[in-house]
Design a protein around this ligand. Structure first.
Ligand code: GUN
Length: 279
């Protein structure tokens, strides 16, 4: 019988721990503040940004919201980031992605001071993670590690397969699993004999971005399956990259969509904001 990992419950536990920590810090005169910048009004981004503000209120950290119009130029956005970099009362800066097409995402991410890069997207943050130095870690992969640890699943020595190689999830996910002493393979849409690779996994993390692509033929008996994907299907229902109904009976643990990895991203953003770098 498999167990469904409850990301909502685990993310709530983390937010409650952070709320206590933030309250204790306030007693010592330390007040954290996150600046969230959204350019344009992409509806999905607006939902994420609203949820980030709500999480800040819950945990007890201040948030500054910058809702900039779609026509904002790259120079204007870089100027806002430059000012926030200098402000002593701002600890974290987050630019919601995706950005409008006329703005270069890489230049914007590079402009955020690494000491304030709570998303962990700056090349310095990515480099620090790769060589085991303290730094901010991208929130979704950090959330996957917490889901595993808090479910009592050990990573050390296990065959960990990451399906997907994005900068935001796949690559940092592989680095984090390696840091936890997993034996890590990264595979992707061009991998030959993909099922042979994913079937080696004791822990399979799927972040390939294709609705329900992973069915039971990709999964070894008793594997732990973590689904990072989130899509809306034909009936407007949320689904992941994993075909839950066919895969779940083969697993020992599996995350659902929604209610698995999703809620962990914001919890780990809050962790980055409260704890700062390297903790
Ligand atoms: N867009 C989708 N996910 C994310 C995220 O984790 N951070 C930011 N900044 N933008 C996103």
């Amino acid at each position: 019988m498999y167990q469904v990992i409850d990301g909502k419950k685990i993310s709530q536990e983390i937010k409650d721990e952070l709320r206590e920590k933030a309250a204790a810090m306030k007693e010592q005169g330390i007040h954290r503040c996150l600046a969230v910048i959204q350019v344009g009004a992409d509806p999905a981004s607006s939902v994420y940004v609203r949820n980030k503000k709500k999480a800040c209120e819950y945990v007890g950290i201040a948030s500054l919201a910058y809702e900039l119009p779609e026509e904002t130029t790259e120079e204007e956005l870089l100027r806002v980031i430059g000012e926030l970099n200098k402000r002593k009362d701002v600890d974290g800066i987050l630019v919601q992605l995706p950005l409008p097409a006329h703005i270069h995402e890489d230049r914007v991410l590079l402009a955020i001071a690494p000491e304030k890069d709570v998303d962990g997207f700056h090349p310095v943050s990515v480099g620090n993670l790769s060589i085991g130095r303290p730094g901010y870690v991208s929130c979704t992969p950090a959330g996957v590690i917490q889901l595993l640890k808090r479910s009592g699943i050990s990573i050390e020595g296990k065959e960990c397969v990451v399906l997907g190689r994005s900068n935001i999830v796949g690559k940092p996910m592989a680095m984090l699993l390696l840091r936890e002493n997993g034996t890590v393979t990264v595979c992707h849409s061009r991998t030959e004999n993909l099922r042979e690779v994913t079937k080696r996994a004791d822990i399979l993390v799927v972040a390939v971005g294709r609705p329900k692509m992973v069915d039971e033929s990709y999964v070894k008996d008793g594997a732990v399956v973590i689904d990072v994907g989130i899509h809306r299907n034909e009936d407007n229902k949320l689904c992941g990259d994993v075909d839950f109904d066919s895969v779940a009976p083969k697993t020992s643990y599996i995350t659902p969509v929604p209610g698995g990895v999703g809620p962990m991203t914001i919890a780990m953003l809050m962790a980055n904001c409260v704890r700062g770098m390297g903790e």
